[in-house]
Design a binder for this molecule. Sequence first.
Ligand SMILES: [Zn+2]
Length: 182
Amino acid sequence: MKKKYPAVVEFIGDPKSYILACEDSSLRYCRDCEILPTCIKKHNMCEFTPNKHYNAYFLEYWQGRRNSIHVTCNTNEIVDFIPFEDFEIIEDVDEVLSNKEAIVRCITHEYDSSLFDIKYNKKYKAIGISRNPDKQYTYLVMDESMDCYFYPNHFFEIVEDRDDILDRENGIFVYDKSLFID
Ligand SMILES: [Zn+2]
């Protein structure tokens, strides 16, 4: 498997939206915290700093629009579902921030009784491949919830994959930092 360079992006958003919540909160951001009005702790650690550069890995769907980014933040973790509009691409030599996707058809009745997930015979967009700890291949698919989740590859047949993104050798492997050159 050929290693790729992550893209380099510059944060151009409002850092105030990304103030991290204190340890007393189970939420990631201060802005979402229900204890904020009475909290006496300092809230000044931001996830991103204006004009600073970060490594970015791929673009993901958020509620049906492929507008969120997987990106490293000030704590050096990779965080997901961050709005892409808050960044500018500085460099992307391996085109990891592309919108490439494959079309797959669901061939399982596994989820027939569930409200979301995937429906038998319906086509879905797949944006990447992964190998789970049991060494099984999974596809990252935008399902009925309009967000992306991993499903076993044998739940699908590939309808169209012009860019070979679901290829087991050279596909777009997601959520695996070891496949990137740091
Ligand atoms: Zn607090």
